[in-house]
Design a protein around this ligand. Structure first.
Ligand SMILES: Cc1ncc(COP(=O)(O)O)c(C=O)c1O
Length: 398
């Protein structure tokens, strides 16, 4: 064996940690790499707003840099931003958080999920999380030495996670329940009744709930309910939210954690040694977003709602059954009836009709047979995507 081949083999076997080796590379990445080489592709693959960050928010970031505020902020994040976050949580949920001890500004909700796992998990601890679910959850659990315990969700319940299903998976090793509400990739919103059931389980079994609410502003036809508002839950909920989706600020990288002081203090320890603080200009932009961005959020929300209605109806009309998701900006149609696996369907659709979607199985075993199609793409592009998908289906199926 040549030196390089020997080294690469050794790398895989011994140099990389077992935890890193255990995590598969993201199935989504593979598609993005191909998409980037295809100029006429309609991408429903990326879960990212097609809007540019509203101008007044961009200006706040520019102002921060122009006026020379180029230093670290407090490890917790800018106090003014934490105060505004506390105000916003009180206004939205009636929950009081102390901005000095219970709020931490993070580098996106991504960092919040990672921090929560690294702060709370010991090797062998089990974390129950819905399947299909956001790809980073399983990876972050494994990186922290935990054991992911997927709780399947079903199309017949609009993919909403059910307390009854969680209950059957609780063991003495269960440490956390981690849910996305609304969920990626299904757009499912957990109903208030199920949230209440999950809250009761958490109290009964003394569990912490980590709730990722990065899509909490993108909820349609129903009110968003935060699990921390359920009896006894504020003291055992790690609430994660951020600016990426609602304010079209994915590239700014700002999110936050609101949690009981004892837990937040421990999360701060991990954050200060690994990250130090979120970018200062980005935090100032986030402050502007919270103070003056409500109308922008509403405008984008309404546009997603309009697209969702047309797109989901269109998928059902052309023969791909799809429930109407209550949140986020994803449709999750079933393609199993075509006789193709979700991966085969997605790959053929990309190469033959230049429409990019993500196979549902990339988000967990229960996603097999489904596709994630993000409708955060222009209305006319979505219409054209439906034309192409229909043509594809006629060729193979009807
Ligand atoms: C459920 C969920 N959580 C978190 C994130 C990452 O959010 P952020 O940009 O705030 O890190 C995403 C991004 O797609 C997501 O879908």
């Amino acid at each position: 064996m040549g030196d390089l081949a020997y080294f690469m083999d050794k790398l895989k076997r011994e140099v990389l940690s077992q935890r890193v080796r255990q995590v598969k590379p993201s199935g989504i990445r593979k598609f993005f790499d191909i998409i980037n080489t295809m100029p006429n592709v309609i991408s429903l693959g990326v879960g990212e707003p097609d809007f540019v960050t509203p101008d007044h928010i961009r200006q706040a970031g520019i102002r921060s840099i122009r006026e020379g505020r180029t230093r670290y902020s407090s490890n917790y994040g800018l106090l003014e931003l934490r105060e505004e976050i506390a105000k916003c949580l009180e206004k939205r949920y009636g929950l009081k958080y102390d901005p000095l001890k219970q709020i931490l500004v993070t580098v996106g909700v991504s960092e919040g999920v990672d921090l929560a796992m690294r702060t709370l998990i010991d090797p062998g601890d089990e974390v129950i999380s819905p399947d299909p679910g956001y790809v980073a959850y399983e990876a972050d659990i494994i990186f922290s030495g935990g054991i992911p315990v997927p709780v399947p969700t079903y199309a017949q319940y609009d993919f909403g996670v059910r307390a009854e299903d969680i209950s059957s998976l609780i063991t003495p090793r269960t440490k956390l329940i981690l849910i996305g509400n609304p969920n990626n990739p299904t757009g499912a919103v957990v109903s208030p009744g199920e949230l209440e059931g999950i809250a009761k389980l958490a109290v009964e079994h003394d569990l912490i709930v980590v709730v990722d609410e990065v899509y909490s502003h993108l909820v349609y036809d129903t009110e968003h309910v935060c699990i921390a508002t359920m009896p006894g839950m504020q003291d055992r909920t790690i609430l994660l939210d951020g600016f990426s989706k609602a304010y079209a600020m994915t590239g700014w990288r700002v999110g936050y954690v609101a949690a009981p002081a004892g837990i937040l203090e421990a999360m701060l320890k991990v954050h200060q040694y690994s990250i130090m603080c979120a970018g200062t200009a980005a935090q100032e932009a986030a402050l502007e977003a919270l103070r003056y961005g409500e109308a922008d959020v509403q405008m984008m929300h309404d546009e997603y709602a309009r697209r969702r209605h047309m797109f989901v109806e269109g998928l059902n009309r052309i023969g791909l059954p799809c429930c109407e998701p209550s949140g986020a900006f994803y449709a999750f149609p079933y393609v199993g009836k075509t006789g193709m696996s979700d991966e085969e369907f997605a790959e053929k659709l990309l190469f033959e009709e230049e429409v990019a979607v993500v196979p549902g199985s990339s988000f967990g075993a229960a996603g097999a047979g489904y596709l994630r199609a993000a409708y955060c793409t222009a209305y006319n592009q979505l219409e054209e995507a439906l034309v192409r998908i229909e043509r594809f289906l006629k060729k193979y199926y009807q």
